[in-house]
Ligand binder design. Structure first.
Ligand code: ASP
Length: 299
C-alpha cells in the first residue's frame, strides 16, 4: 500500500527515567545520529518494522540506556530483559520476557514474530528459542550498567524512581506503521518481574492507523491500558494524537505512576509526551526537521 506522498516519520525514545541534573549530551547526540540513520532507511524504502527493529537494536547495543547492554540488574544481581515488536501492516507481533544474556532482546522478539507460532516467550523458553535461532549472547550484561548519580548499589528502595527503556515508532513510505520497545526494567526489581514493555497492547502497539511505544513505571501502564488505550482513544474516542497520549498518561499519573510515550499516526503526525521529569527522545519526518530533546516540557 503506497501512501501516495512518500511521507515517512520516525520517533525514538531512550526512556522516561531521565533525571534533572544528569548530563545527557552523549545520549542526545546518539539519538540524533540514529534518527538520521533511520531517516535514510525510510527514504530508501525500508519497511517500518525493519527500521524500528534496527533502531531498537542499536539503542540496546549502545550501552547508553536501560535496555540490552545497559540494563539494570534485579535484586539478585541478574539482568532480566523484556522486549516486544509489532508490525501494523499485518498485526503480527513478537515479544520476550525475563530473557537473560542475549545481545539483542528485540531481535529475539522479532524472531518470535517471524519464526514461531507464539506471540510471547518468557524465561528459559525464550533463551532456548534465542539459542535455536542462533541469536548472539553476551557474558555478564550487568557489568555494563551505570548506576544513576548518587544511588548506591544496595539501595533497592528507589526501584520506582530509576528506570529506562528504549523504543521506536515509524511510518514508512508505503504507509505502514510499526513499533518496538526494549527494557531492562526498573532498578532493583524482584526476580521474574515483568513490566509493560513486552506486553503487546501495553508497552507496544501498531496497527494500520497508529504505532506506539511506552516507557515508565510499567505496573501503572499495565493498569492504565497503555498503548492500546492510546490507540482506542485516537481511533474510537475522537482524541487528537496528543490528547490520546496525554489522557493515558494522566491516568497513569492519577494511579501514582509516571512515564511517557511516543506515537506516530498514518498521516505522519508524531507525539512524544511524558509526565516524568524528562524523556530522552528524538524524531524526524518528511514534514518536519529533526528534533532531539530530553527535558524540554512537552505540553
Ligand atoms: N516500562 C519499563 C518497565 O516497567 C521501565 C521504563 O520504561 O523505564 O519495565
Amino acid at each position: 500500500m503506497m501512501n501516495g506522498s512518500n511521507q515517512y516519520a520516525l520517533a525514538l525514545h531512550g526512556g522516561a527515567g531521565a533525571k534533572l541534573g544528569e548530563d545527557y549530551t552523549i545520549v542526545e547526540a546518539h539519538l540524533s545520529k540514529l534518527t538520521a540513520i533511520g531517516e535514510d532507511m525510510l527514504r530508501e524504502g525500508v519497511s517500518a518494522v525493519n527500521v524500528v527493529e534496527k533502531m531498537v537494536s542499536e539503542l540496546e547495543l549502545s550501552g547508553l540506556y536501560v535496555a540490552g547492554k545497559g540494563s539494570a540488574p534485579n535484586r539478585a544481581g541478574q539482568v532480566e530483559l523484556d522486549a516486544s515488536i509489532m508490525d501494523g501492516a499485518t498485526r503480527q507481533a513478537g515479544a520476550v520476557a525475563v530473557i537473560k544474556d542475549v545481545q539483542s532482546p528485540i531481535s529475539v522478539a522479532r524472531a518470535v514474530m517471524d519464526h514461531s507460532p507464539s506471540v510471547m516467550l518468557a524465561g528459559d523458553g525464550a533463551n532456548a528459542f534465542a539459542a535455536e535461532q542462533g541469536l548472539a549472547a553476551v557474558d555478564d550484561p550487568a557489568s555494563y550498567y551505570v548506576l544513576p548519580l548518587g544511588v548506591s548499589k544496595d539501595d533497592v528502595s528507589v526501584r520506582d524512581m530509576y528506570h529506562g527503556t528504549v523504543g521506536a515508532v515509524a511510518l514508512d513510505i508505503d504507509g505502514n506503521l510499526a513499533a518496538a520497545t526494549s527494557t531492562g526494567g526498573v532498578f532493583g526489581k524482584p526476580e521474574g518481574r515483568v513490566g509493560d514493555t513486552p506486553i503487546i497492547g501495553v508497552g507496544t502497539w501498531a496497527d494500520q492507523d497508529i504505532a506506539i511505544s511506552c516507557t515508565g513505571t510499567g505496573e501503572y501502564f499495565i493498569r492504565s491500558g497503555g498503548a492500546l488505550m492510546i490507540a482506542n482513544r485516537f481511533k474510537l474516542a475522537g482524541d487528537t494524537l496528543e490528547e490520546a497520549v496525554w489522557n493515558m498518561l494522566e491516568d497513569v499519573g492519577a494511579l501514582g505512576g509516571d512515564g511517557g510515550a511516543i506515537a506516530v499516526s498514518k498521516t505522519g503526525e508524531i507525539a512524544m509526551l511524558f509526565n516524568s521529569d524528562g524523556m530522552k527522545r528524538a524524531s524526524i519526518s518528511s514534514a518536519s526537521p529533526a528534533v532531539s530533546t530530553t527535558f524540554t516540557p512537552c505540553r
